[in-house]
Write a protein that binds this ligand. Structure first.
Ligand code: NAD
Ligand code: ZN
Length: 249
């Protein structure tokens, strides 16, 4: 691990337009469980797919119940060592951007400006009407949810369903975010895949695209990933520990 971190430090020192691609693993040290964590909210609750949410009122009530339960559990989470290290690399002009699968808002909280951040799976900090697109703040939804004894409110303008601005299974990927991620990836010299099992399509396509385009592919994850075989450097260790070691190298 020590030798691998020294290699990583060398690569980061020479990086000019890197892309960091992050998954749930970068936020576990902040207290937010990843998808596979035993006992985590995501393993206890089967995800509600987009069609069920849209067509079924009980599913909407359940989705919002979970959202507010998560807020109670992780609402106060702060950026971790990985988030801070990436914000620093961006500030130094080594990274061109951060592409994330996370919906927790912790890259923004670490000071990364929106123009350098691509959220592939959206954001859970506000909601929109699925029919007319009107934006609603979570406090507004919560007030109505609680006052009605746990019923998800519909849009007052058009009666459409209101959903957090996240992308669910079965929901189309956000076109603009996919385009921006593709542009960053096509131009990068180093692609850092951090804390993702790299199984969720189409997000896992970006590391492959980077490699084909001639970038160096670095994977940091405590478990093996689907793409370890094609990477130039693989570090199986804790993300926070790795960036701490690199900072000292
Ligand atoms: P994943 O759960 O499939 O993979 C996370 C990976 O991170 C795992 O392979 C795990 O071994 C590794 N990991 C966990 N903690 C680590 C640490 N401290 N150091 C090193 N490695 C660590 O996550 P994914 O690929 O990001 O996909 C899950 C999907 O669910 C995402 O698309 C995301 O939208 C959603 N999700 C988001 C959050 C969040 O916003 N924080 C959390 C859970 C799930
Ligand atoms: Zn509406």
């Amino acid at each position: 691990i020590k030798a691998a971190c020294a290699d990583l430090a060398d690569i980061l020192a020479g990086m000019r337009r890197g892309v960091a691609f992050t998954g749930a693993g970068i936020s576990t040290e902040c207290g937010i469980p990843d998808f596979r964590s035993p006992g985590g909210l995501w393993t206890r609750n089967r995800p509600i797919d987009f069609e069920s949410f849209r067509s079924n009122r009980q599913m909407r009530d359940e989705a919002w119940r979970r959202r507010f339960e998560m807020e109670a559990a992780f609402g106060g989470a702060q950026p971790g060592r990985g988030h801070k290290a990436l914000a620093r690399l961006l500030g130094e002009g080594r990274l061109a951007g951060i592409v994330t699968q996370n919906i927790d808002g912790l890259h923004q909280a670490s000071g990364v400006p929106e123009e350098h951040l691509v959220e592939l799976h959206g954001n859970s900090t506000y909601a929109t009407c699925l029919d007319c697109g009107t934006r609603y703040e979570l406090g507004w939804v919560r007030q109505r949810f609680e006052a009605s004894g746990g019923t998800a409110p519909d849009c007052p303008d058009c009666e459409g369903p209101i959903k957090t601005a996240t992308i669910s299974f079965g929901q189309p990927m956000p076109a603009q975010a996919m385009t921006r991620a593709g542009t960053l990836t096509a131009a990068c010299d180093v692609f850092l895949a951090i804390g993702s099992s790299l199984v969720v399509w189409p997000a896992a396509g970006f590391p492959v695209q980077a490699k084909r385009g001639g970038a160096r592919l670095i994977i940091i994850n405590r478990e093996p990933t689907e793409l370890d075989d094609i990477a130039d450097l693989v570090i199986h260790a804790d993300i926070g520990d790795v960036f701490e070691a690199v900072g000292q190298a």
